[in-house]
Design a protein around this ligand. Structure first.
Ligand code: OAD
Length: 230
């Protein structure tokens, strides 16, 4: 039976595709306040600014391509039962060929209703722009399918179950600063082999049961593959 290999990814995996991270020196949160663009209150009071912020993110994602880290993760489906749990709102894992991708913080290519009932009903966005005229079937304005600060993370329990059954867990390209998502990496079972891939993480910053592969995502994936296929 194939072993269960789980990737827990963050913005760093898409950095080599040209998509900005959040907390690196030139990251998005250097240029924007979270409160201005990534909360339900911001959407209610400053809808145009929030809408424009996510339209720009969507445009960048559409113009980007999966890099070799995304692609290597997809190829590992030949050897393992692979699940990807991502905090990213880009769709680069899917476009690289990964079949089991769970988005904790939403998917920028989709919209959902901004009405009072927050249903799990999503509307694909054609192109990069979501406009004031885009409405759901009940007539409410569509908003980006993004989990904003202060909102529930609906996929959290599904992600927890996946990690609790992992044989190998790989945390790649995330600062693990944002909860509850970051807490998931501590749910790996005792017999699970755990790795971190990040060029900026030192050994003392990670739990002792994690192996530190201090590299960019693409180089780190090549190193990981040598280790887990040996
Ligand atoms: P961060 O920007 O917080 O962290 C990015 C991580 O990627 C850092 O640890 C970097 O060292 C690392 N990194 C940078 N370049 C890399 C590369 N080429 N290869 C591998 N790693 C690299 O991004 P996240 O941890 O994803 O949430 O942020 C978590 C959440 O905070 C996001 O999902 C978003 C954000 O606010 C919401 O918007 C709700």
């Amino acid at each position: 039976m194939k072993r269960k290999l789980v990737f827990f990814s963050g913005a760093g995996i898409s950095a080599e595709s040209g998509i900005s991270t959040f907390r690196d020196s030139s990251g998005l949160w250097e240029h924007y306040n979270i409160e201005d663009v990534a909360t339900p209150e911001a959407w209610n009071t400053n809808t145009d600014l929030v809408s424009d912020f996510y339209n720009q993110r969507r445009k960048q994602v559409i113009q980007s391509e999966p890099n070799s880290a995304h692609k290597l993760i997809a190829t590992l489906e030949n050897e393992f039962y692979v699940n990807v749990i991502t905090q990213n709102i880009d769709d680069l894992h899917e476009r690289a060929g990964s079949k089991n991708v769970l988005h904790l913080h939403g998917n920028i290519r989709l919209a959902k209703s901004s009405g009072p009932k927050q249903e799990e009903k999503f509307y694909p966005i054609d192109g990069w722009e979501l406009t004031v005229n885009d409405k759901c079937t009940e007539g409410f304005r569509l908003r980006p399918h993004v989990v904003w600060f202060g909102e529930q993370v609906p996929a959290l329990n599904d992600a927890a179950k996946i990690i609790q059954e992992a044989d190998i867990l790989v945390v790649i390209g995330t600062s693990l600063q944002v909860y509850p998502a970051a807490g998931l990496v501590h749910l790996a079972p005792d017999n699970c082999k755990c790795y971190v891939i990040d060029p900026n993480v030192d050994d003392f910053e990670i739990p002792s049961n994690f192996v530190n592969i201090k590299s960019k995502a693409s180089d780190g994936m090549r190193e990981l593959i040598k280790r887990i296929l040996d």
